[in-house]
Design a protein around this ligand. Structure first.
Ligand code: MN
Length: 385
């Protein structure tokens, strides 16, 4: 059986106030062409379909068009779950109606978890859809006060499944932060799943599945041999400039062994960092035949004043998103605090630093608990918008 595993489309996303919709439409046309070529038995869409709980109308319209092409025109079933960015109730709209047309969507966790049954010449394959859910939702759903963490929630939900029948092959589509033995690469465009506590779930919680199609981390990567992140559709932050975005083509054999091949899609505009003195960067010799329409962060190494650097840069590179200055005489100062460290720091770490800087007093565990609680509430409120 063949699947195409993708996720983290984030339709309607703005990066540095710029809408990614045209880029998303462009790459999705390539995605549709890939599905047409590969003829998979199903497309697995592992959450963060949209960037926000209430996506812009144009994003919904694009999703509608792509899903209609896949399901109606190409006759390929789509199995989709909500991610932490999606509004679960909106994703759930029409789910009972649409499953009859081979569009299987899960916004919220509904019990009992019933699989989408697919089959090939080797027999049936049970595909389970487990949308992202906050541990507090799962605690209420199962009436189990012992559920506190994401790990508890996933283990409890998977614990509700019947034991597999002999020879049964099982696939799971879900969204979260799963860790096996190997270190994982994270990106700035992933929102944290919890504040303070751990959002990591051990891959061991996913024993019993022959393939797990994950969403959440935006870099394509494997957690274990049979548990994979497809990665996001596009680069959604400058922390992802070195990632090669792709979708996973998964072949599950009759014995339930998954072989994964990654297929790259070429974006309309790439996201890159360039650096140099302004004058050099504006020289045709500097950009050569690179795509001047790419989304750029420019690190200027000039000393002294520059008049309207972003305006000057945009006369050559229209999609400059950010300009950073690093004059030579300031370089020793910058090296004391790495910019990356500040950018990658969690909100609670930044708050603690700010508090200590302002008051000269230590940030007590009690205060930390208050801040974490407030941030956690905010995170949850965004999703339930
Ligand atoms: Mn995401």
């Amino acid at each position: 059986m063949k699947f195409i595993h993708t996720g983290d489309w984030h339709l309607g996303k703005l990066v540095n106030q710029v809408s990614m919709l045209a880029d998303q439409e462009y790459i999705l046309a390539q995605f549709v062409a890939l599905v047409k070529r590969e003829r998979p038995d199903a497309v697995l869409l592992a959450g963060d379909l949209y960037d926000r709980a209430v996506p812009p109308a144009e994003a919904v319209e694009l999703m509608d068009r792509v899903l209609t092409t896949l399901v109606n025109d190409l006759q390929v079933p789509v199995l989709a779950v909500a991610g932490n960015h999606d509004g679960p109730d909106r994703i759930d709209f029409g789910r009972r109606l649409l499953c009859g047309r081979q569009l299987h969507v899960a916004g919220r966790v509904h019990l009992p978890l019933t699989p989408v049954e697919l089959a090939d010449e080797a027999g049936p394959v049970s595909c389970y859809l487990l949308p992202y859910a906050h541990p507090s939702e799962v605690r209420t759903l199962l009436g189990d006060e012992a559920i506190k963490t994401h790990e508890d929630a996933v283990r409890a939900l998977i614990g509700t499944l019947p034991p597999p029948s002999p020879g049964e092959r099982r696939v799971l589509v879900t969204h979260g932060y799963f860790q096996g033995g190997e270190p994982l690469e994270t990106s700035e465009s992933e929102k944290p799943l919890s504040i303070g506590g751990s959002d990591v779930v051990s891959a061991a919680a996913l024993a019993g599945f022959h393939y797990v199609a994950l969403g959440h981390l935006h870099g394509p990567q494997r957690v274990t041999e049979r548990i994979h992140y497809a990665g996001s559709l596009l680069k959604y932050s400058f922390s992802e400039v070195r990632q090669a975005k792709s979708v996973a083509v998964v072949e599950l054999d009759g014995a339930g062994v998954a072989a994964v091949r990654r297929e790259q899609l070429a974006p309309l505009r790439d996201m890159r960092r360039i650096q140099g003195a302004l004058k050099e960067l504006l020289d045709p010799a500097a950009y050569g035949d690179t795509n001047k329409d790419d989304y750029l962060t420019v690190l200027l190494t000039d000393d002294g004043e520059i008049l309207d650097p972003i305006g000057q840069l945009r006369s050559v590179y229209p999609n400059v998103m950010a300009v950073e200055r690093l004059p030579r005489d300031l370089q020793p100062l910058y090296s004391q605090v790495s910019l990356g460290e500040v950018k990658n720091a969690s909100l609670e770490t930044l708050f603690k630093g700010f508090y200590e800087e302002m008051t000269g007093a230590a940030f007590s565990a009690e205060r930390q608990a208050v801040v974490e609680k407030a941030l956690e509430k905010l995170l949850h409120a965004e999703r339930e918008a």
